[in-house]
Design a protein around this ligand. Structure first.
Ligand SMILES: C[S@@+](CC[C@H](N)C(=O)[O-])C[C@H]1O[C@@H](n2cnc3c(N)ncnc32)[C@H](O)[C@@H]1O
Length: 330
């Protein structure tokens, strides 16, 4: 983008949501799954997805311009970027692209001006009870969200597992662990520790299959329920969902359950010192607009943790812009 002239750059940024919407729709229709090794015509793709051939062709052509699919003699074939929106790709991002098409998210984006005016998230305004209640009431969108969490974690989870000596622990609770992709990977990469996946009941129901001898699945609410005792609590991309007041409540729930020599590990994408076009800076605006959370820096995490009774805060960078923010009991 930077090698384009300024007018074109502003044009592309201004209309960028059309590109995003095209990607969501193509992911929703499962177009990438309909193309194997041979190029496929828009007419065939439209026939399989109940779409208008010319309209679909134009949408795919825009995506081609950004490297998602290649157009060859009027037919479409895979590029590296289109392959990862296939459902069967080992690092599939199809769920991720689909999730951004959920109407609740679009409705909040339209009201980003109100977030800017007030500092408040719009998730609660556009649906009663906010995002988490919405997902509880809309199982199909909840499944998209939970798949997205698994998809976005594919790169980070192996980095986290490699960066810390989890074998030295006895019992690890993954608080707000979604379908359990992190705790499952930790348990599979170790021989001794046992794990607990803790998340909302309708979320952990989707994770029942990962429960094994060393892994327990527990449904609950981290604002009202007591967490199990353990010597380590991991929270991956949970604290970033919340404003400071709610983040402190979650950290205190951990603090109240944690025995004296236990540890807490926040796995988060750290806010870069200087604004650069990376996913974390976009995520910060999503948090502002949808949930009222924020991407934080190490000093901001340190202040939060110290306030809630944790000490010796240190950052363990794991790669891919993520770190473990590690702390012990004060
Ligand atoms: C952004 S997701 C992160 C999921 C997972 N840790 C990951 O990084 O892939 C936040 C998680 O917090 C959970 N959550 C939200 N409110 C909760 C509550 N009150 N009690 C327990 N879990 C909650 C959600 O269900 C969701 O799985």
């Amino acid at each position: 983008m930077q090698n384009l002239d300024p007018v074109t750059q502003i044009q592309l940024m201004s209309g960028g949501y059309y590109l995003s919407r095209c990607l969501q729709i193509v992911a929703e229709l499962g177009i990438a799954d309909l193309i194997d090794d041979e190029p496929v015509s828009a007419a065939q793709l439209a026939n399989s997805t109940d779409s208008h051939p010319e309209a679909l062709s134009r949408v795919l052509s825009l995506l081609c311009a950004h490297g998602v699919f290649d157009r060859v003699d009027g037919r479409f074939q895979h590029s590296d970027l289109s392959r990862i929106i296939r459902s069967d790709h080992p690092a599939s991002m199809r769920a991720f692209a689909r999730m951004f098409g959920i109407p609740l998210i679009w409705q909040s984006v339209i009201r980003l001006n109100d977030s800017v005016a007030t500092g408040r998230p719009m998730g609660n305004d556009v649906t009663e009870g906010g995002l988490w209640r919405y997902f509880e009431d809309h199982p199909e969108d909840n499944a998209k969200f939970n798949s997205t969490m698994a998809a976005k974690s594919q790169v980070v989870v192996p980095l986290v597992v490699a960066a810390y000596d989890f074998e030295s622990l006895s019992r690890i609770v993954d608080v707000g662990g979604g379908r359990g992709h992190l705790i499952d990977a930790i348990i599979k990469s170790t021989v001794k520790p046992t794990g607990v996946l803790f998340d909302q009941p309708h979320v952990v129901r989707e994770a029942a299959l990962i429960s094994g001898d060393r892994l327990q699945v527990l449904g609950g609410d981290f604002f009202t329920d007591t967490l199990p005792e353990a010597d380590a609590y991991v929270l991956m991309e949970v604290i970033h969902d919340w404003d400071d007041e709610h983040a402190e409540r979650i950290l205190r729930t951990v603090r109240n359950a944690a025995p004296a020599d236990s540890k807490i590990m926040l796995v988060e994408a750290m806010m870069p010192d200087a604004p650069v076009p990376c996913w974390t800076t976009t995520l910060d605006i999503i948090m502002l607009n949808l949930l009222g959370g924020r991407q934080r820096s190490l000093p901001e995490y340190t202040a939060l943790l110290n306030k809630c009774g944790f000490d010796e805060v240190r950052e363990i960078p794991v790669g891919a812009g993520h770190s473990i923010v590690h702390a012990t009991f004060a």
